[in-house]
Design a protein around this ligand. Structure first.
Ligand code: THG
Length: 265
């Protein structure tokens, strides 16, 4: 499974402080540690604070120490544009997080994705909000695929995020999400992605809930997750699940993690 490292996010109080203080060493340390822990992409989110200025600083600061691909995480087209312009090297490697069926994002963010032909995360969300049923989310997913297909976008680069809602709010939220993962694969044949933390909102022992949710998502063939790669227990789950799901031939990665003493019981 593709791992998108979530630590460089201004919603985490300590990270917000690092960004506000322009603490280069602390940010670069977080970037390098996530890469070392197995992050395929580094998610960058500066929503708390001066978002455009901070995104430019964050991209520059991270790219001083690593060439790992970045995931620009913002609802604002201006911020995503700034992120893309600031990235040095191949901009078509940037994962844009995200577009949706909201009019302003279709009008303003989608053109950037098409201009640079980047991989993109698309949320099942429109100007009426997040639909309540799996069927309605599938309808939005279909519309997203149609729009991208019309623009000759390479659908192999599309990751649909069906947007998980807290299990504490409705006991059907997780199963409805799994239904979306299954149907998106079966009917649309495009990739899927999720953040983990929403599922455990308002439950105790959130990390346990997140970790088991991740395992279930992987059983439904989810392709990518936005998570904390510095959490050794969750990385143990990812590595072990990939092994069990036949995505780690000869258990090469599992054994490498074992030898590196990265697997935590
Ligand atoms: N989908 C998409 N993008 C997203 C999300 C999503 N971007 C933002 C968010 N959800 C994913 N990113 C984070 C970043 C940090 C935390 C949660 C989600 C967070 N981290 C704590 C920390 O690192 O200190 C705790 C980590 C832990 O519990 O292990 O809270 O859903 N497309």
């Amino acid at each position: 499974m593709l791992i998108i490292g979530e630590k460089l996010n201004s919603s985490i109080p300590s990270v917000r402080q690092f960004i506000n203080d322009k603490n280069t060493a602390a940010i670069q340390d977080l970037a390098l540690r996530q890469v070392a822990a197995g992050a395929d992409y580094l998610d960058l989110n500066t929503a708390q604070g001066d978002e455009v200025v901070n995104m430019e600083w964050l991209v520059t600061t991270v790219q001083e120490v690593t060439d790992q691909p970045l995931c620009i995480d913002s609802t604002s087209a201006v911020v995503i544009k700034k992120g893309l312009e600031t990235v040095k090297g191949d901009k078509s490697r940037v994962l844009v997080n995200s577009i949706s069926l909201e009019k302003n994002r279709l009008d303003e963010v989608l053109p950037l994705v098409l201009e640079y032909q980047c991989p993109v995360i698309a949320l099942t969300l429109d100007d009426n909000g997040i639909p309540k049923t799996a069927e309605e989310r599938m309808a939005l997913s279909e519309r997203l695929v149609e729009i991208l297909m019309k623009q000759n976008y390479d659908l192999a680069q599309l990751y649909i995020d069906p947007l998980v809602l807290p299990q504490a709010v409705s006991h059907n939220n997780a199963t409805m999400f799994f239904q979306c993962l299954k149907d998106i694969k079966r009917l649309l044949k495009v990739k899927t992605v999720s953040g983990l933390s929403n599922i455990s909102f308002n439950t105790p022992k959130r990390k346990i809930v997140n970790r088991h949710f991740l395992t279930l998502c992987m059983a439904f063939d989810m392709d990518a997750a936005i998570l904390d790669p510095l959490d050794r227990k969750i990385m143990t789950s990812v590595i072990t699940n990939d092994f069990l799901l036949g995505k780690d031939r000869f258990g090469k990665k599992f054994l490498k993690a074992f030898r590196g003493e990265l697997l935590e019981e």
